[in-house]
Design a protein around this ligand. Sequence first.
Ligand code: CA
Length: 237
Amino acid sequence: MNETNVNLTVLIVEDELAIAEGLVDLCELKGYQVKHAADGITGLSEALSGKYGLVLLDLMLPGMDGFTVCDKIREKDKDLPIIILSAKNSDKDIIDGLKYGADDYIPKPFSVPMLVARIDAVLRRSRQATEGDGKLAAGNLRINFREYVGTRGTEELVFTRKEIEILEYLWNNRDHAVPRAELLNKVWGYENAEAVDTRTVDIHITKLRKKIENDPSHPRLLVTFRGEGYQLRATPE
Ligand code: CA
């Protein structure tokens, strides 16, 4: 038997067999190892086994719903990439999915090329080379990119891997406003960033502001420049 490469192994948590089989075929065709779990409880225990480089997670599942699975994975594993695939695709569902620590959210029905592009992006991307000292200091905000933790004044903050990747990229490029497409390309690894639902970026930014801004409705550190992108400032303005 070939040695399993964790980074190229996908866990599919999906109760609809027809969809699951389609996803399994697709992943195998792309050369990935695949395991299928048909309910939330099995999906969670598999996900925590350390055997996977990516979880594709449905939301409406028997046993345990996808939001809970996602939340429980994140309690134990901040790093494992999770993409939610769901027919529930209101803004609120997307926000909930990302709130529970998913990296991305793909609405069903999805286009196969787009899904493949996203799977490839997650599995083949190696983390950006680290620049600087791995730390951020801006206003009363302190973040340690290596430990995924920080403080805002006296409040302690904990970040997901994706949040840290976004903050680190913006911090390393803080001399300019970073366009959404650049974030999708550099942080999510999507080559064809124009084809990706931009709400993923916006929702992550909103979530980050709730953590790092003193007043998230009036951001002074993580600022939007309309038509240009996002800038993380060393000095609040
Ligand atoms: Ca389902």
